[in-house]
Design a protein around this ligand. Structure first.
Ligand code: GLU
Length: 441
């Protein structure tokens, strides 16, 4: 059965980049009728925070990316220790004692000689006595996985055939000196034991994938299908990494972005399919195919989310926003007509308030000098409140008859007098909602 996972580290809020990964894995699982696991990668006790675990869940729930199961790496440390023992027994695990400064120096020397900065495996030739001496002097060493120096190949769901020379990669550290299990080992054990069949993640993980494939194979396991999506850049192609902090899902929610707008964009951005607003998750599931994504960096512009949000809201029935509108204090009988009037004139739901304030309190009239007399005359012809659906038509006909004005010269000054703006909702729909008109002139 198809099983995918989204595996965030709870060290911060999730952002649009993480969302892409989460969504792709989610859609693959749902399309196949499989399982979507939320895996919390919390092996780092210092940086992992419970508050971020809660926030990640809240953000995914907001988007409707419901998971079938939650797994936490911090509860599986014995499984990782077990895998480490097996690697040790088969001679694929070795202890190394270099300090970060020593490693840095080695890298610099290699680069100076025009060589790739790959760990030189000096620790492999340490005798037991030398190791014991280093342990006394420096404490426990790190544990590195001994890569087989061969090519590691896989058919990537997005990148196509990938082939990496293991000799160009340093033997990965899987356990730190303080005993902390690192992501690579934990991920390998989890993907295997949880029956993960498909892994989509960012292309920054390609080298990890190569080493993980070898570790899985050393542990006698086949590996999942891998697909590495490109990384997001800003609209100009600039790196987004620094700005991702301001593109947290909760910030977008705060700014009024609608989940389906965000999901519709992220399910298509960087693929050969056009971005189209979808009303339901099921439509995204149906149309999803990871193979349609390209390897080139994907431009992301947060501004694109707002027209999609506006479009989504235009198609929304009153029932979906009834609570929100009641919350504004709109009287019962006016709520649905208010929504139908306002929905074409908002970008986010927060914009509803300004329309309600206009209906409730009236707007400060906007009257050009040239129109002052005309507007004065028109206001005298305005019937008493409450207005109804015919008020605008009847009134403008009467004003036309009295003044001879027509077209834009008739309608625009009246719109500006009543709403204080040049643009806005259909006046015929707005009039019955107006509770107050402010005096002109
Ligand atoms: N916790 C890892 C990350 O957030 C998971 C990567 C993966 O294996 O998908 O980068």
């Amino acid at each position: 059965m198809t099983t995918t996972r989204f595996a965030p580290s709870p060290t911060g809020y999730i952002h649009v980049g993480n969302l892409r990964t989460a969504l792709m894995n989610y859609l693959i699982a749902r399309k196949a009728g499989g399982t979507f696991i939320l895996r919390i990668d919390d092996t780092d006790p210092e940086r992992s925070k419970e508050e971020y675990v809660d926030a990640i869940k809240e953000d995914l729930e907001w988007l409707g990316l419901h998971w079938d199961r939650v797994e936490r790496q911090s509860t599986r440390l014995d499984r990782y220790a077990d895998a480490a023992d097996r690697l040790r027994e088969m001679g694929r695990f070795y202890e190394a004692f270099e300090t970060p400064t020593e490693l840095d120096l080695k890298r610099k020397k290699q680069l100076n000689m025009g060589k790739p900065p790959v760990y030189d495996r000096a620790a492999l030739s340490l005798s037991d006595d030398e190791k014991a001496a280093l342990r006394t002097e420096r404490g426990d060493g790190v544990w590195r996985f001994l890569l087989d120096h061969e090519r590691i190949e896989w058919a990537d769901g997005i990148l196509g055939d990938v082939s990496i020379d293991a000799a160009s990669v340093s033997d990965p550290v899987l356990i730190r000196g303080d005993g902390q299990v690192l992501y690579t080992l934990a991920s390998v054990v989890d993907d295997t034991e949880m029956g993960v069949t498909d892994v989509v993640r960012g292309s920054d993980h390609v080298t990890n994938t190569a080493t993980q494939i070898q570790i899985m194979s050393a542990l006698g396991q086949s590996h999942p299908r891998f697909a590495h999506h490109s990384l997001l850049t800003g609209p100009q192609g600039e790196a987004l990494s620094k700005r991702l902090g301001t593109l947290a899902l909760r910030d977008l929610r705060e700014q009024g972005v609608q989940p389906m707008a965000l999901l519709s964009l992220m399910a298509r951005l960087g693929s050969s399919d056009p971005v189209e607003l979808r009303g339901e998750m099921a439509e995204l599931v149906d149309g999803f195919d990871v193979a349609r994504f390209g390897a080139a960096p994907t431009k992301f512009d947060v501004a694109d989310l707002f027209p999609l949000t506006a479009h989504y809201l235009q198609n929304l029935d009153y029932a979906a926003v009834a609570d929100q509108i009641a919350g504004l204090g709109v009287p019962d009988a006016l709520r649905e007509p208010f929504w139908l009037m306002a929905r074409d004139n908002i970008t986010t739901l927060a914009d509803l308030e300004q329309w309600w304030v206009l209906c409730r309190d009236g707007a400060e009239p906007l009257v050009d000098d040239d129109d002052a007399e005309f507007v004065q005359q028109a206001m005298e012809l305005l019937p008493d409140m409450p207005f109804d659906a015919d008020t605008w038509g009847n009134w403008t006909a009467a004003v036309k008859g009295a003044t001879g004005r027509k077209g834009r010269g008739l309608f625009m000054p009246l719109r500006k007098a009543l709403t204080g703006q040049e643009r806005g909702p259909e006046m015929a729909a707005l009039m019955p909602l107006l509770q107050k008109i402010r005096a002109t002139g």
